[in-house]
Design a protein. Structure first.
Length: 761
């Protein structure tokens, strides 16, 4: 007889656990949640202390039947979804459903928490199981109900006042507000001019070096304009440069702490160009287990949703032994490093680290896909580095006097690399390798040239994924498990877009933020949202009732909602007024919001149907985008005249140049025939209902072949496929990949050979 049934939420985990448990336990997956609030109604009884109505998720009835059947054959059921609130909710609902069956009456239900999927951790957890944590479940339940109340009661208001399909969220709306507030800071920023004066100097020995003017007669100097800069240059051109002070200090740079969820997402965004969503998907795979040849599936990292920098004693010891063996004792500090936790840290799990430090990236290279290997390498390096000795470098500061002015040169020379031996490229030292020549006080220097330079103060930068996650974390908004979902949602809802890896709010994002801020100031307040997150933490700790938390929130929210229904202006009917005049009738133009984006429309509609595309200038003003047609080599299929490319509300398209005599239009062809067998169509550019460009067959709906990446008529060098798929990166680089998944060939756009197909349609 089996020792028990172990239930996890992921099929990948099943394979990993079976490897370590053999046939002693039955292992099955729930494949995520089995119950949730109903999808098409509120499902929360506000009159009865917000009692939720949970229903079995569609398609999970069969899964539950299989779980009940397996549970009937054992005495002990071990509930082992992820060790967080979400996992607790999954475990709780599974237990509720299994207890309903007669065959499972009297069974013993245990909660098992796996921080890492290794043999030791799995067996230890099964030997010492815990019970279901009611407080943790109620904390997750409160979060779910909060989000349902906001989403189901606030979103319909936006549908009525703005347009269908919009959504509002307790956390996502605050994230959008941060992006909008930053953009307005940038729009209102007035750059200020300032100058620097740099002297290029030479001592008796090389190398030449640079020194900047910092003060005059002992007072800090601010060079505000060209006239001041020229005055300084004139004074220094004939001056004598003498070293007045030399300061040499040994500096230490300690390694950064091991990764937590937010810092992993930030580092992966900066160094690897990964989105938060992609990072978490890859990390989940590394945690759940990767096939390592004969070893089978192995969990390679610890649980990746954590806010703690704590490391177990065993892992610390392993890391120190590895460092001493691989790099020598001088790279090992006398005592293990301990890192302080933050004020809001829950400290439920360890930091993110490899499950075995001996599994180096080099050993795993043949088993991991490129992106998995990159992320694992990042995690492995950070963990090893966090237990290494500090880097040491000599910093030299030289102050030089000339004609009453003080100039300063700073140089740093690395003398011991310490943790940089492992984590070097990721933690460069500021000023490193700026070597200064030997010089002592009283040394006279030779002036090679003097260089004035104009500068302007810069506005605060737009948020990147990394910096937005950092801002959310610092303000206490959201939790480790929510960051990726937040960033994904605000893009999917078209409230923000990424430009050069920076978030830019859309017109819709500005509008919704302004409306919500005016009528629901608490919802959009960062401090209030952070307070709610702390309230959820207190529910988990058992210090606050989840019902009381919801009552506090809903009292104010309900009142605001009723007022907004009466007082919020309907943009859907009137549009947003602008100062732009219609060039056809002279009426004011207004911004309207369609399914594919925003556009300018005449306020006299339907009498005047004039529309224009527009964009925001850097200062926030509206600029009309001209729709001058672009000539192409395509011919009109009706009259033979050249076709021109135009831009409409639904994206780019081809139109006959003889318009209005010929009104023929067509999608933009790619020159690629549809690859589906028996289809005579070809792939053309289209636009989804949300305005996202994709490429589909001209024979739709008979043929529904479609791809997101642009098809280009270039033969795959590997398998001979008739076309490749092109994807442009944020940096402008172009990558091509074969559409045949079995082939998987990839290449850079720089390697593109002459296209196979060159004929135009």
């Amino acid at each position: 007889m089996k020792k028990g049934l172990v239930i996890v939420e992921s099929p990948t985990k099943v394979r990993t656990l079976k490897r370590y448990l053999g046939g002693d336990y039955e292992v099955m997956a729930s494949v995520g949640h089995v119950k949730d609030l109903p999808p098409k109604r509120l499902g929360v009884d506000k009159s009865k202390d917000f009692q939720p109505e949970y229903v079995v998720i569609r398609g999970k009835g069969k899964v539950l039947k299989q779980l009940k059947s397996a549970a009937s054959k054992v005495e002990d059921v071990y509930l082992a979804p992820d060790p967080d609130r979400e996992g607790e909710a999954i475990a709780w609902h599974i237990a509720e459903e299994l207890k309903k069956g007669k065959s499972t009456n009297g069974k013993r239900f245990h909660r098992v928490l796996f921080n890492e999927l290794t043999r030791r951790a799995i067996l230890d957890a099964l030997k010492s199981p815990t019970t279901l944590n009611k407080n943790r479940f109620e904390s997750q339940q409160a979060r779910r109900i909060l989000d349902r109340l906001v989403g189901y009661e606030l979103s319909p208001l936006l549908w009525e006042k703005v347009r269908q399909g919009l959504s509002a969220g307790r956390v996502q709306s605050v994230a959008v507000r941060l992006v909008c507030d930053r953009e307005r800071e940038i729009q209102q920023f007035v750059p200020e001019e300032y100058w620097s004066v740099t002297a290029h100097l030479k001592a008796q020995e090389p190398p030449p070096f640079e020194a900047k003017v910092i003060s005059k007669d002992g007072k800090k100097l601010k060079i505000e304009n060209e006239e001041q800069a020229k005055e300084i240059v004139k004074a220094l051109e004939s001056a004598s440069f003498e070293v007045k002070k030399v300061k040499r200090v040994e500096r230490k740079k300690n390694p950064p702490p091991p990764f937590i969820t937010s810092t992993l997402q930030q580092a992966a965004a900066r160094q690897l160009g990964f989105s938060a969503k992609k990072t978490m998907m890859l990390a989940q795979r590394l945690y759940e287990g990767i096939e390592l040849g004969k070893e089978g599936p192995v969990g390679l990292i610890t649980y990746m949703r954590t806010d703690s920098v704590r490391i177990s004693e065993e892992a610390t010891t392993q890391a120190r032994e590895f460092i001493e063996k691989e790099f020598g004792s001088k790279y090992l500090p006398a005592q293990p490093r301990r890192y302080k936790k933050g004020k809001l840290t829950q400290d439920a799990h360890e930091a993110i680290r490899p499950t075995s430090v001996s599994r180096t990236p080099e050993k795993l290279a043949k088993f991991l896909e490129p992106d998995l290997l990159k992320l694992y390498t990042l995690i492995w390096k950070r963990f090893v580095a966090c237990q290494m000795a500090p880097a040491k470098y000599d910093q030299t500061t030289v102050d030089i006097e000339a004609a009453g002015y003080t100039l300063r040169a700073v140089g740093s020379v690395l003398k011991f690399e310490g943790f940089l031996r492992v984590y070097g490229k990721e933690a460069e030292l500021e000023g490193e390798d700026k070597i200064l020549p030997p010089c002592e006080e009283g040394t006279v220097l030779e002036l090679l040239k003097i260089e004035p330079k104009q500068h302007f103060t810069q506005p605060p930068p737009r948020y990147s994924e990394a910096s937005l996650i950092k801002a959310l974390e610092e303000k206490g908004i959201g939790r480790p498990s929510t960051y990726a979902a937040i960033l994904s949602t605000i893009q999917d809802k078209n409230y923000v877009r990424l430009e050069n890896r920076r978030f830019v709010p859309t017109e819709l994002g500005f509008l919704v933020t302004d409306l919500l801020t005016a009528h629901f100031p608490e919802i959009l307040d960062t401090a209030f949202t952070a307070e709610m997150e702390q309230g959820l933490d207190k529910v988990e700790e058992g210090a606050v009732s989840w019902v009381e938390l919801l009552k506090r929130f809903y009292g104010t929210f309900s009142k605001r909602l009723q007022e907004a229904k009466k007082n919020m202006e309907s943009v859907k009917a009137k549009g947003v007024a602008t100062e732009i005049k219609c060039d056809k009738c002279g009426s004011p133009m207004v911004i309207r919001y369609g399914r594919t984006g925003e556009f300018l429309a005449c306020s006299s509609y339907p009498k005047c149907k004039n529309t224009k595309n527009f964009e925001r200038a850097k200062d926030g003003s509206i600029k009309i985008v001209t729709d001058d047609p672009t000539p192409t080599d395509f011919k009109c299929t009706k009259c033979g005249a050249p076709m021109v490319k135009k831009r409409g509300r639904f994206g780019d398209f081809l139109a006959c140049s003889s318009f209005p005599d010929c009104k023929s239009t067509m999608p933009i062809p790619t020159g690629v025939k549809c690859p589906r067998e028996g289809c005579s169509g070809e792939l053309v550019q289209k636009s989804s209902r949300r305005g996202k460009v994709f490429y589909g067959c001209t024979k739709y709906p008979e043929c529904d072949y479609a791809v997101w990446d642009k098809p280009v008529p270039i033969e795959c060098p590997e398998c001979g496929a008739d076309f490749m798929l092109e994807k442009q990166g944020a940096s402008g680089s172009v990558k091509l990949r074969c559409p045949n998944k079995k082939c998987g060939f990839k290449m850079s756009g720089d390697e593109v050979a002459k296209p196979k197909h060159t004929e135009k349609v």
